[in-house]
Ligand binder design. Structure first.
Ligand code: ADP
Ligand code: MG
Length: 144
């Protein structure tokens, strides 16, 4: 997916996440940037739902990384999802937790919130999505 999308409700943002789930390939690092309330978590809920991950989709802010094993692999061959949040950690903590291994999993998808916190260890081929709050219900979601 590429380009700029404007959504007008949380549901529309979830639907966009679900659409990405149909296309995303294994061994992708998905970096989600944007201020608090910009819609990152809402988008991830749609993405995880579309991938068929088992609920609850709890935020990994306090656990740093939450791993989902998909009971049914996606058509593209994703079998597990690593949802990570770098808000409370330093790059070296992330390295110790196994960030490089998550990214190298040939059947994995890594979803990373607050990537700017660990910028220096991000691979160059990361996929980037930015979230911008334009008004109360309007969010701009920029792929690439
Ligand atoms: P983040 O994870 O970036 O901090 P959240 O997804 O937790 O953001 O919060 C987004 C908030 O904005 C939610 O309360 C959601 O209902 C609201 N919202 C309003 N309009 C939208 C929209 N178009 N897309 C996503 N969220 C929206
Ligand atoms: Mg969030």
């Amino acid at each position: 997916m590429s380009g700029i999308f404007t959504t007008h409700s949380a549901d529309e943002t979830r639907t966009l996440g679900k659409t990405l789930a149909e296309q995303i390939r294994p061994r992708t690092l998905l970096c989600l940037s944007g201020d608090l309330g910009a819609g990152k978590t809402t988008f991830v809920q749609g993405l995880l739902g579309g991938l068929g991950a088992t609920r609850p989709y709890t935020s990994p802010t306090f656990v740093i990384m939450k791993q989902y094993e998909l009971s049914v692999p996606t058509a593209n061959g994703i079998r597990r999802v690593y949802h990570a949040d770098a808000y409370r950690v330093e790059a070296h903590d992330f390295e110790h937790l196994g960030f490089a291994e998550w990214c190298a999993d040939p059947e994995g998808l890594v979803i990373l919130e607050w990537p700017e916190r660990v910028e220096k260890i991000l691979p160059a081929d990361a996929t980037k999505i930015s979230f911008v709050s334009k008004s109360e219900n309007e969010r701009e979601i920029i792929f690439g």
